[in-house]
Structures are given as C-alpha cells and as structure tokens.
Design a protein around this ligand. Sequence first.
Ligand code: PGA
Length: 255
Amino acid sequence: MNKQTRKAVIAGNWKMNKTPSETTALINEMKPLVADADCDVVLCVPFIDIAAAVEAAKGSNIKIGAENVHFKESGAYTGEVSAAMLVEAGVEYVVIGHSERRTYFGETDQTVNLRTLAALKAGLKPIVCVGETLEQRELGYTETLLKFQTKMALTNVSAEDMKNVIIAYEPVWAIGTGVTATDDQADEGNGFVRAAIEEKYGKDVAKATTVQYGGSMNAKNAEGLVSKYNVDGGLIGGASLKAEDFSIIVKAASK
Ligand code: PGA
C-alpha cells in the first residue's frame, strides 16, 4: 500500500448471502468495530438487501455497494437493475466482472467494459474484477491476461474517470478456495494491473489508482497482503460475512 498517493479500500462482497433482516443485524454488529478505520469501508450486498444496508449504515463510515449493474439505462431487460436505480437507492460502489459472473453468467470482457462505462456515467464507483485461472497461470499467461482484461475493461474510460475506478485483482484459483496468493504473488499481480493502467494512462494515473487484492483474504493473512506496495486493500468474500474478521482486515488496512 502506498498511502501517500492512494487510498486503501476494504470492500466486502457478500455474494448470495444474507436476507434483509440479517443484513441489518450484521451491519449493526460491524459499525462500532470499523468506526475508526483509516481506509474506505464498503459492503457490496445483494440487490434485495440494499435498502436495509443503506438504512443500517446511515451515519456510519460504511458505504454500500451492489454486486452487479446492467449497462443499459432502461428497457426490456427482465431481472436486471440499472445504474440510476442503484444511485437512487443510495449505492455508491458496484462490483463488475466478478469471476463468478464471468464463469456462471456469461460475462465477457466487453460486457464488463459496458457495465463499467454505465456505472461511471451514473456516478457510481466501479470495482472491476480481473484475474487468471490456474491453467492460465501455469501456462505463463498471467501478465498478458491481467493486462488484457484491465485494458479491455477500461476501453473508453477517460483519465479523469479513473479517479473513481477501483480494480480488484482476484486470481480465480484463490476465490473461495482457502488458497490465498502469497504476499508476493498478490503484489506481482496487482503490479501487472498497475502497469497496464500506466501503459494506457501514464504514471500519475497508475500511481493514484486503487488496486485491491481478492481471493481468500482473511483476518490472518490480510496484514501481510496489504503491506505490499501494490496492494491497496481487498475485496473480501467469506471473511466479510463475519463482523469480527472483517474488522480485523479493516484494521490491517488502516495501519
Ligand atoms: P473469498 O471471495 O474472499 O471468499 O475468496 C473473494 C471474492 O470473490 O471477491
């Protein structure tokens, strides 16, 4: 983490967990535990939980995010949610292109880009996920893949808009598996993402962009991961469903 030039962001990604009443209870439990954070604290929750989350987080330092957004402004897209709807509901961040959406729901680099543009246009802060599979890593394509995914996601995104973009490097093999990247692997992967940003926008933008690590980050390994120069916080799945664990990660990123 480089606190001089960018801010650490710890974002929970609840995935398909917690009902609205469970959301209220968990955020109420978390609020006092993360109140003195010296990093941004975000919880990305299922659409149905957004109203409860925004209400519960009121007056605290917890910001609310969604887990996806559609790229069209409105229309005949049954089951989808637009960026304007999220903004009006009080959402500030949105996860885009998570590997689970790429794997199970047909998300492509192109739709990730369209969603990113739609989010930015509406004033949301996208958390764009990129990451290699184990097979791609073993074949030696990690750098190529991460640079390609990053640049594709950022097609037509202006340097000015990059102030609102977060990239999350999430090696697919580390998500939900309990196998975390080593501190050095995370730093290297995040470094490839930052290099792609530098190639596209130059050094200043690359230095100022928050790049998170995600993939089995937990209360035990967070401190080592966020101590790395290129790791500006994390996108946390499983450990964001436990108030105590999540608050330990927030504390690690606040140092
Ligand atoms: P995990 O999930 O922390 O449970 O591995 C991370 C993510 O999918 O964002």
